[in-house]
Design a protein around this ligand. Structure first.
Ligand code: SAM
Length: 243
């Protein structure tokens, strides 16, 4: 049978396509793209002439079946999304999971992903992190998500649209307070790239000044380590000893 390649493509800067990604995109029989019109730009830039077919959220089932047929007939297929790594907050999981069930070879051609790029330059602890995908659009659900961060010891990452950033920061302030260290990565690899790092209060001040534009990753730093809480009596005894 053929191989399914999950090919990462640039998240803004067209130069961020790997040599291997370029070769695979040129050599496969078929490229399945989230938005063929969007991917055509990348293809034109690099002179890739492989046939493009669409594979997006709402045709995943039907289209997936046809791609699997092609793979079983020995064709090689590359899956790409509009930006970054396919299947990461993008279509792909369903197809990969079916291929694995059927014993079809699946191969990564790794490259850009907004998550890892943002984390690496955030200046927040990177040893342990949690990726939560897109933040819920409604405040109640968003606050419930942020409430979980009160004692979270990992850096937590979210994808968010620019028009909701301020509302999200306000909810974050309500749930974890204004002193938590966070980062906002905006327009990574593009002309107006920005990495903001500071407290929630500083972020509210910074992003409250003018309309926020561009693509955004929100990173919330870990909760400060909790001091083991002794009893009031222990604290009083200790104070008496100190006096
Ligand atoms: N599969 C992609 C990846 O690997 O990064 C993510 C796809 S998701 C549909 C798109 C979201 O990723 C955007 O809404 C934004 O939150 C984030 N994103 C994509 N490109 C970005 C960039 N250049 N700078 C900051 N965030 C970006």
């Amino acid at each position: 049978g053929g191989t399914l390649y999950l090919v990462s493509t640039p998240i803004g800067n067209l130069e961020d396509l790997t040599f291997r990604a370029l070769r695979v995109l040129k050599e496969v029989d078929l490229v399945a793209a989230e938005d063929t019109r969007h991917s055509r730009k990348l293809f034109n830039h690099y002179g890739i002439t492989t046939s493009l077919t669409s594979y997006f959220e709402h045709n995943e089932g039907e289209k997936g079946a046809r791609l699997i047929e092609a793979l079983q007939q020995g064709k090689s297929v590359a899956l790409i999304s509009d930006a970054g790594t396919p299947a990461i907050s993008d279509p792909g999981y369903l197809l990969v999971s079916r291929c694995r069930d059927l014993g079809i070879e699946v191969c990564a051609v790794p490259g850009p992903s907004a998550t890892v790029a943002a984390l690496s330059i955030s200046g927040l602890p990177v040893e342990r992190f949690a990726f939560e995908g897109f933040l819920p659009p409604r405040s109640a659900a968003r606050r419930a998500a942020f409430a979980l961060l009160r004692s979270e010891r990992r850096t937590t990452l979210y994808y968010e649209g620019p028009h909701r950033l301020l509302a999200a920061l306000k909810d974050l302030q309500l749930e974890v307070g204004e002193t938590r260290l966070i980062a906002v990565a905006r327009e990574l690899t593009k002309m107006h790239e920005e990495l903001f790092r500071g407290t929630v209060a500083e972020a509210l001040d910074h992003f409250g000044r003018e309309r926020v534009r561009g693509e955004i990753v929100l990173l919330v730093g870990p909760a400060p380590e909790e001091k083991p809480a002794g009893t009031v009596r222990e604290a009083l005894l200790k104070r008496r000893q100190e006096c």
